[in-house]
Design a protein around this ligand. Structure first.
Ligand SMILES: NC(=O)c1ccc[n+]([C@@H]2O[C@H](COP(=O)([O-])OP(=O)(O)OC[C@H]3O[C@@H](n4cnc5c(N)ncnc54)[C@H](OP(=O)(O)O)[C@@H]3O)[C@@H](O)[C@H]2O)c1
Length: 436
């Protein structure tokens, strides 16, 4: 009879408390699946007095996360505190250095210190599992690391932030502004009081850096990700996208190009017929384009105590079974360094919305400036002002263009020329298109 796996958990918040509950509730099923029991023996958090809705009687309360990580009575240290620095970092490193396995849901930490921690895991023989760190309840880490170990990957992209997808979905469905939807998201608990980490794309960037490492064998580096958020998106962009057969999503995209691995986060037009376009609300999704296989899309909950705890538990089950996957799918010395993609060389289609002056020759001027940069237009829509502001806007006409694939610097050179020609007012809106 193999001895049960003894687990220590640091962090008893939304995810940690749920993991304690799940291990208790699923104990029979877990031991049947793993061939041995899994027992939480010690825990810690900031406040010992706080009520957490789970039974902690009989569990040792460690003085602090580091003490728990070094406790010789545990086999597996589970870090569910969050934060890219201490105490999470030192505690995880200490646990790995003492030969323990570690499970964490901490994307910020893996994005910043993943390589260093993976080195410690490799050297001392423990596992470093972090399934819940990206797209909470979707088993995307295992899919890339193990399930697709035999498949060359060309592109991985996804909706990795539920808050942004919720905001964009409501803006599209109800014609509301970004600010109105953000307020609602905050009221419903989908967005933080300070939403910038989510809506400016940084949360997605951390997750994308991890996925890119697994997909392309690069050293995980958030600094290699180009980032743009969703606050500039207007209801009229979503209306135009709908009419032209697209939806706007905040995507994280990592793609193999002739010039290296491009990692970018930005609002993106995706064809309405694509799998990723169907994903609405707080749901997450990841699509993988592999060599010689049709795209694979995984859709599911990106957050929430229960879904995230289920991923944490799957990682703990792997430790109990003795499975030790290399954290990034290959030995650390095989990981390649990567640098930030120069977006001016990005190649793709573009959506451009301009407020053109309603003067003779305006359309011809815009078309000439685009042609000078060898940009071909797939479609062009010119609207006529209507509604309450029709009279006021009578001299400004929205013009919406979709281009065929071109380089980003060509688009901006053409738009600068159009601005110099004084045939438009205000800043043009530019959204990149991702084809499936
Ligand atoms: N929530 C989700 O849906 C979700 C989804 C995917 C990934 N994650 C990741 O899971 C991790 C945990 O998230 P969460 O939502 O569960 O966070 P949370 O509800 O804020 O809980 C954090 C827990 O860590 C404890 N803690 C914080 N600092 C500590 C310290 N210095 N020493 C000891 N304990 C400390 C807190 O103690 P007190 O309770 O005493 O304050 C709390 O129990 C994060 O890395 C997060 O990114 C969360």
């Amino acid at each position: 009879m193999v001895a049960p796996l003894k687990v220590g958990i640091a962090g008893l918040g939304t995810v940690g408390a749920e993991v304690v509950r799940l291990i208790e509730n699923e104990s029979r099923a877990l031991s049947a699946r793993c061939g041995r029991g899994v027992r939480v023996v010690a825990v810690t958090a900031r406040s010992r007095a706080k009520k957490r809705g789970v039974d902690l009687r009989g569990l040792e309360w460690a003085k602090n996360p580091l003490t728990l990580a070094e406790d010789p009575n545990i086999d597996c240290f589970v870090e569910l505190m969050g934060g890219a620095g201490d105490p999470a970092f030192s505690a995880i490193e200490a646990a790995l250095k003492s030969g323990k396995s570690v499970v964490t849901a901490n994307k910020a930490l893996i994005a910043r210190h993943g390589v260093r921690l993976a080195k410690a895991a490799e050297k001392h023989g423990g596992a470093l599992n972090y399934e819940a760190a990206v797209a909470g309840g979707i088993p995307i880490i295992k899919t890339l690391r193990e399930g697709l170990a035999g498949t060359g990957i060309n592109r991985v992209y996804g909706i990795l932030n539920g808050t942004c997808n919720y905001i964009l979905s409501r803006m599209e469905q109800e014609g509301l502004t970004f600010d109105e939807c953000l307020k609602d998201a905050q009221r419903l608990g989908y967005a933080e009081a300070n939403p910038s980490f989510d809506v400016d794309g940084h949360d997605t960037a951390q997750k994308l850096a991890i996925l890119a490492s697994l997909a392309f064998g690069t050293r995980v580096a958030q600094s290699a990700v180009y980032v743009e958020g969703i606050s500039s998106i207007k209801p009229e962009d979503l209306r135009a996208a709908e009419e032209l057969g697209y939806r706007v999503k905040l995507l994280g995209v990592a793609v193999r190009t002739a010039k290296g691995i491009e990692q970018r986060v930005h609002p993106t037009m995706v064809p309405k017929t694509s799998s990723i376009a169907q994903v609405m609300g707080v749901t997450n999704a990841v699509t993988i384009d592999g060599e010689g296989v049709p795209p694979i899309t995984l859709v599911g909950p990106g957050a929430g105590g229960a879904a995230t705890a289920a991923s944490v538990l799957a990682d703990i089950a792997d430790v109990a079974r003795g499975i030790r996957a290399t954290p990034f799918g290959r030995p650390i010395e095989r990981l390649k360094t990567t640098s930030k993609a120069p977006m001016e060389r990005h190649e793709g289609g573009y959506y451009i919305r301009l407020m053109a002056r309603d003067l003779a020759g305006t359309a011809a001027t815009i078309a000439t400036r685009l042609a000078e940069q060898k940009i071909s237009i797939e479609s062009i829509v010119q609207r006529h002002p209507n509604g309450a502001n029709a009279a006021e806007n009578a001299t400004r006409v929205p013009v919406i263009l979709i281009t065929y694939a071109t380089h980003e610097d060509a688009v901006y050179r053409a738009l600068e020329a159009v601005q110099r020609d004084k045939v438009i007012s205000g800043r043009p809106q530019v959204i990149r298109i991702e084809k499936n």
